[in-house]
Structures are given as structure tokens and as C-alpha cells.
Ligand binder design. Sequence first.
Ligand SMILES: [Zn+2]
Length: 296
Amino acid sequence: MNTISAADHSIEASASAKLDREDGPRSNAGGPVGSASRQQIRPAGSAQPPHRWTIWRRLVSAYLRDRSQFTGGKVPRVCPICDHRGVMISVGHPPRWDARCANCGSRERHRLLWLWITEGGGNRLAGKRILHFAPEKALRRALRDNREYESADLHQPHVTHQVDITRLPLADGTYDVVIANHVLEHVDDDRQAMQELFRVLRPGGTALLTVPVNPSRQETYEDPAITTPALRQAHFNAPDHRRFYGLDFADRLTSVGFQISTFRMSPAEDHRHCPGLHPRRRQRPVLQCRRSGQQT
Ligand SMILES: [Zn+2]
């Protein structure tokens, strides 16, 4: 059984849906981004320069929302996406402290993905054709300068492809990289979506996927009879989730052909870039889902 270990994932609790809404509605297809500019992705730390007014506005808002997070002082962090050096703030209900960059708004999973992209000082996405589903603002701003960047979503306006992730009108083997953060748990038929992601990847390409996982369960919990927002909230921790993945999430991906590996940070890097003080957020990886074969 190709399970994810408990340490490989964290529960994204009820906060996930609310966090996602801050990025725009999650849907079963990627997001926007119209035409991208014609530059390559900038190096780490320069994707979005810190903006003093934005930082102060977010700090004041965070203080008014949950002042206890500032009790006893805050430890400065470094955002690898925008190079903000200072405190990070809470998000979610109940609040998860030190999760959101006060400048670019990125959360732990976005910073972790950015660290994967820029690991070793390079840029793994340079020259790659990218399809980004349900694009989050912080990542979209950081990635959209890549000339091969495309976005997709079922509902968001201004995306490159307004599509259903389970029925992509895209040719086989089109993309080098597909990104979908917290998308699959919103999709009725997630296995069909996984098959579509596999299909549109070129041989040798990689899908970077994250979902909320309950590490206390081996098997994914889902029930198609649970359809109301209230029941979904009660069963799946969010009103628009279709399931609560267990440690067998990787099995679903390998069943459609993916080869799975994980990327995580060292504890020191985690402290510096991706605090996530809540234990459930510690040491969560990016799931690298590779379609075997030689890249062309
Ligand atoms: Zn930032």
C-alpha cells in the first residue's frame, strides 16, 4: 500500500475552506491569469517585493481579529516568495498562527512549493510549460511571468482555461508541470480528475498536488449521500469538500499511473520560512507525482 505517512501530511482542518476562499473560490478546475508576460520566472525572494502599507494593513487586521497571537512577541520569519522579513500572521477559524505572509499573503503550502521550485538556488520551472489549477494569488503572481504559464479554473474569471478538471479539453502530453493545491477534495470524481492530470502531462512531467489529509485515518472517508454544506462541514471539515483524505491518498494517484515522491523542508527551514506552529502543519510535504518517461 503506497500510503502517505502521518508525518507526510497534516490535517488541514476546517480552516482550509476559509483559507481557500481568501484566495478566491476553490473549484474543480484551475484558475485564471489571462495572458502571461514574456519574462522568465524571477529568482527566489524577488517575486513580489514587500509593500509597507500592505504589511501594516494586514498586521492591524490580524491584531484586531486575534490579538492573542501577538502576546509574548512574535519571531521574525522570511518569506521565500516575496522576501518579506518580519512577523507572519494567523489565518483560519480557529486561527492558525504564523501561517500567512503579511506581505504577499502566501501560506505554508505556497512557500513550501516555492522552496521546491527554487531548491538549490535554481528554478525548476524555467522553460517548463505549466498548468496551474485554481491559482492562488501569491503563487500566481510569482509564476505568471513564465512565458509558458497557463491557469485553469471552472469558475474564476480571467483564467487561461475555464474548464472542468474532470473533462479537460486539452491535448495529451501538453504540460511539463501541473499544480493543484487543495483542489481534488472539491471534485466529485477525483479519480477522473487524477486521470486527466496524468493525461495532459508529458512523459517525465510532474504534478504537484496538495490536499487536506487526515493522518489519523488509513482510508479516505467519503460518502456521496452527504451533499449539504452543513453535513459536509460536519463530516469533511469544510462545507464544500467531498471527502476527507486518509493516508491512502497516494494510492489513488499511483492507481492512475503516477510515481509518488515527497519534498519537505528541514526543521530549520521550516522555522525560517514556513512556520505553521500548529503541529498538524509541521513537516507537511509537497507530493511530487511523476508521469514516467523521457521528457521531450
Ligand atoms: Zn510573502
